[in-house]
Design a protein around this ligand. Sequence first.
Ligand code: ADP
Ligand code: MG
Length: 326
Amino acid sequence: MSGEFDIIARYFAPLAKDTPLAFGLKDDAAMIAPPKGHHLVVTADAIVEGVHFLHDDPPTRIAQKLLRVNLSDLAAKGATPLGYLLTCAFPPDIDERWISSFAKGLKADQKHFGLGLLGGDTVSSPGPATFGVTMFGAAKGRAMLRRSGAKPGDLLCVTGTIGDGGLGLSELLKPHAGLTDTQRKFLIARYRLPQPRTRIGPLLHGIASAALDVSDGLVQDVGHLAKQSGVRAVIDLASVPLSPAGLVLEKADPDTRRAAIGAGDDYEIAFTIPPKLLKSLQAAAFKARIRVTVIGRVQKGAGVAIALPDGSEIVPERGGFDHFTR
Ligand code: ADP
Ligand code: MG
């Protein structure tokens, strides 16, 4: 294994060649300037072996997931990605082949999502492999989309489909009956590789009154939005968009839909809009080629409720993933 500086020069410096203010990763720090009329939006996410990925997961995919969880946060704030800092803590069993394919994953997604490496830190670790990314994006004007702007009367919406990540994980643990091979692969891919909604995020400026990244379960995350906005959110269970694979599984097990809104790893955007902007939203969705669905409404009050097809409402107990509650 080469030394720290050879690793940086060989595997990470090439990822900084399109970010001139990273100075080839040959200085102590980098610079970053948002485009004129924009503000910087900053977010960080870390992943740990044994918690967010497994020892034998392919390094390319670990790298892509690391970037994509951060990209999803920026998208939910209406920001366009600019660049990122990368901190790597490598245990002794990680070799150069591993690092090389990790760098390949970073390179592929940098190209796909249009951002570059700005710098970072490389250290050795006696514990599990740990990777942290701090990502910078640009949002037009002074305001990023906040969790706090939802108003009674607004519509609650979501991008894409809900529950696929959770179903993908359960498919890996115990295959479901009745799925085609394509549907199986679709669900597993949704679990392994988030598809951050970077194309529609920036288009939600001027349309969404509040927005957040859905990664810990729709119900729990909509709960965060409701709390920060000081409102009550009602999710219409029947309106929650399931993928074709999700619908197949719902036919076999009607509880699938309830499970879907509690499961994590969606990486969709939940947001609210004033009803009069529904046409503008549909135009934005068409432009971004991303499905958006109205799944409920915002009312006076607090908390989240789930409206069932028979008209009754249930208030869920806490659901979703939390690192420190077991
Ligand atoms: P320091 O001595 O302050 O720890 P380093 O020697 O770790 O600085 O870093 C030297 C350069 O290499 C810096 O520009 C830093 O941003 C960059 N760098 C180090 N590790 C990484 C990494 N994992 N990814 C990207 N850039 C890195
Ligand atoms: Mg260092």
